[in-house]
Design a protein around this ligand. Structure first.
Ligand code: C2E
Ligand code: MG
Ligand code: MG
Ligand code: MG
Length: 277
C-alpha cells in the first residue's frame, strides 16, 4: 500500500542518512589521526613573474599522504575539515611547514614568498593572530615572506572583528590576498575598506582568454587603480599568458608552468628551470 511504501521510503532515507553520517564520522576520525601522525603535506605550485618567467614564490596546497589510499587531494578532506573545525589544525600545520621551509630557503640564499590558504572560519578565533605569531617564532620566519589567501565571502560580512583581525595580521607583516576573486558577490566596496595586497583572479575567468576578456580586463584595471598586485590563477597556455602580460598582470600560477609539486620536486624545479613568459 501507499502507506507501506511511504514508511519504507522513510526507512530507506534514514538508512542512507545514517550511512552518510557514519562515513563522514569515520573520515573525520581518520583526518584527526592523520593530523596527529603528520600525514598532511604542503605541495607547492610556482608563482611566476609574467614578464621574466622567474619563479618568485609558490602557493602551498594541502595534500594527504594516506597510509592506505595514497595521495589525496583537498576535495576529499577540506569539506569535512571545515565542518568539523579540524581546518584550524590543518591550516596551522601547513603554515608551520611553509614557515620552516622559508627559513631553510633563506639560509640557502633563496628569497621566496609563499601563500597559504586560510579558511574563513578561522576569523572567528580570537587567538588567530597570536597563534600565527607563535608559528612564525618557532621557525624564525619573517611574516613578510608569507601571504595569507582568504576568500571574498569573508569580507562581504563587513564586520569590525574581521577588519580588526586583518589589520593586526597586516601589522605583523603578513601580506593578504583575495583568492578566487570575481566568483563571490561583486560588492566592490570592501576592496576599499580592507587592507589588501593581492587579487587572485579566479581560474574560471582565465580559461576563456583571450576570446572572453571583459571580466579579466575589468579586474586588471581595478588592480591598477587600487594599486593591488594581480595574480592570474589556472594559466594553462601561452595565449592566456600573452594576453595577461599585455594587460599588465604581474604574476601567474597554472599548469603552463607547473602543477603543485611535492617539496622535493619543487626544489628540483627551482634548480633547473625558468618558466614560460
Ligand atoms: P585554491 O586555493 O583556489 O587553489 C587553486 C586550485 O587550482 C588548486 O587545486 C590547484 O591545484 C588548481 N590549479 C592550479 N593551476 C591550475 C591549472 O592551470 N588548471 C587547473 N585546472 N587547475 C589548476 P587543489 O590543490 O585541489 O586545491 C583546491 C582548493 O582547496 C584550493 O583552491 C583551496 O581553496 C583549498 N585548499 C587547499 N589547501 C588548503 C589548505 O591548506 N587550507 C585551506 N583552508 N584550504 C586549502
Ligand atoms: Mg588559494
Ligand atoms: Mg584560488
Ligand atoms: Mg579555487
Amino acid at each position: 500500500s501507499a502507506k507501506d511504501a511511504g514508511r519504507n521510503g522513510i526507512q530507506f532515507y534514514d538508512e542512507a542518512m545514517d550511512a552518510r553520517a557514519r562515513t563522514r564520522l569515520a573520515l573525520e576520525y581518520e583526518i584527526r589521526r592523520g593530523l596527529e601522525n603528520g600525514e598532511f603535506e604542503a605541495f607547492y605550485q610556482p608563482r611566476v613573474d609574467c614578464l621574466t618567467g622567474e619563479i618568485i614564490g609558490a602557493e602551498a596546497l594541502a595534500r594527504w599522504r594516506h597510509p592506505e589510499r595514497g595521495l589525496l587531494f583537498p576535495d576529499s578532506f577540506i569539506p569535512v575539515c571545515e565542518e568539523s573545525g579540524l581546518i584550524r589544525e590543518l591550516d596551522r600545520q601547513i603554515l608551520a611547514q611553509v614557515a620552516r621551509q622559508l627559513s631553510r630557503w633563506a639560509a640557502q640564499g633563496r628569497v621566496l614568498q609563499v601563500s597559504v590558504n586560510l579558511s574563513a572560519s578561522q576569523f572567528g578565533d580570537p587567538q588567530l593572530a597570536a597563534s600565527l605569531q607563535g608559528i612564525l617564532q618557532e621557525s624564525a620566519c619573517p611574516a613578510q615572506r608569507i601571504e595569507l589567501e582568504i576568500t571574498e565571502s569573508l569580507l562581504l560580512a563587513h564586520d569590525q572583528h574581521t577588519l580588526d583581525t586583518l589589520a593586526s595580521l597586516r601589522a605583523m607583516g603578513f601580506a593578504v590576498a583575495i583568492d578566487d576573486f570575481g566568483t563571490g558577490y561583486s560588492n566592490l566596496a570592501y576592496l576599499q575598506n580592507y587592507p589588501l595586497n593581492t587579487l587572485k583572479i579566479d581560474r574560471s575567468f582565465i580559461s576563456g582568454l583571450p576570446q572572453s576578456s571583459a571580466i579579466p580586463e575589468l579586474i586588471t584595471s581595478l588592480c591598477r587603480i587600487l594599486s593591488l598586485n594581480m595574480v592570474a590563477e589556472g594559466v594553462e597556455n601561452h595565449a592566456q599568458l600573452d594576453w595577461l602580460r599585455q594587460q599588465g598582470c604581474q604574476q601567474y600560477q597554472g599548469y603552463l608552468c607547473s602543477r603543485p609539486l611535492s617539496l622535493a620536486h619543487f626544489n628540483e624545479l627551482l634548480e633547473h628551470s625558468t618558466a614560460p613568459a
